[in-house]
Design a protein around this ligand. Structure first.
Ligand SMILES: NC(=O)c1ccc[n+]([C@@H]2O[C@H](COP(=O)([O-])OP(=O)(O)OC[C@H]3O[C@@H](n4cnc5c(N)ncnc54)[C@H](OP(=O)(O)O)[C@@H]3O)[C@@H](O)[C@H]2O)c1
Length: 251
């Protein structure tokens, strides 16, 4: 059995990744505030065990106990692999730095950076005695390495997440049973996040029109396709451990 812990599988890219992972030899633990009933139904049809843990990742103090609870459902003796996919994320606040208030900045960093850091930390702790394949996939963005007007929180969070992944790899190098970690920019995908971006004002996000054009010219990738590509990378023998990559460079 391969075990997958995936955040943000209720919709968008996370749903696409989870769909691609549905298999009778896989057990999925999904973390989000809402359940995805279609995903649960499809999982049942494919004999794939799935559980939704309804949880607000902004509540970072409770992440340790959430992970502890998830691991009670994992039979380490049967595990052929164990995987953490940090996918959940938000784009707001989209506005200039001086217009962002402390609640907005704190919420953003809690969900997009602190939560995945704590999930990685708990994952590494709970899997330390496991000699099986152990992998973390952090969903990043081109915004991790390119500054965007109006996206200071988003760019900072993704950039921090990529560096965090590199630090994990540095620490895991000397482990007997290392956890492998990568950060992947998934391309531009047709999800609710893109809708939010198109709904922002030119004043707050000067590149808005470019994202409207991408949608209108059919250049957004369907989440199901992006999910398949990421799931295949996650399970690939050529998993690029320690690297930050753009999925578009792999096909
Ligand atoms: N779409 C793109 O073009 C694009 C490009 C580059 C990178 N990405 C990255 O891809 C990832 C997925 O984004 P998406 O486009 O699929 O966005 P989305 O459609 O808005 O989905 C976001 C997911 O994150 C979850 N989430 C958000 N806030 C949460 C919270 N407080 N607690 C728990 N879960 C929370 C949502 O679940 P609930 O609402 O049920 O809690 C949802 O499942 C993000 O990390 C994003 O930065 C997206």
């Amino acid at each position: 059995m391969r075990y997958f812990i995936i955040t943000g599988a209720s919709k968008g890219l996370g749903e696409g990744i989870a769909m691609a992972l549905l298999d009778e030899d896989h057990h999925l633990f999904c973390i989000s505030r809402n359940e995805n009933r279609d995903l649960v139904k499809l999982a049942s049809a494919r004999n794939c065990p799935i559980e939704f843990h309804l949880f607000d990742l902004a509540k970072t103090r409770d992440i340790d106990s959430l992970v502890k609870q998830i691991f009670t459902g994992i039979d380490k003796s049967k595990a052929e692999g164990i995987y953490l996919i940090n996918n959940a994320g938000i784009i707001d606040p989209v506005k200039r730095v001086e217009d962002c208030n402390s609640d907005e900045v704190n919420l953003h960093i809690s969900i997009n950076l602190t939560a995945p850091m704590l999930l990685c930390s708990a994952f590494i702790k709970h899997t330390a005695d496991m000699s099986t394949e152990k992998r973390i996939l952090n969903i990043s963005s081109g915004a991790a390495s390119n500054p965007y007007y109006g996206w200071s929180c988003y760019c900072t969070g993704k950039s921090g997440l990529e560096m965090f992944g590199r630090c994990i790899s540095e620490e895991q190098k000397s482990e007997e049973y290392p956890v492998q970690t990568i950060s992947v920019a998934p391309g531009v995908i047709d999800t609710g996040m893109q809708k939010i971006i198109r709904g922002t004002s030119e004043r707050d996000f000067i590149h808005r029109e470019k994202f409207v054009d991408l949608k209108e010219s059919g250049q957004l990738v369907p989440p199901s396709l992006a999910g398949k590509r990421l799931a295949s990378l996650l399970l690939s023998p050529k998993f690029p451990d320690g690297q930050s990559i753009d999925i578009r460079d792999t096909y």
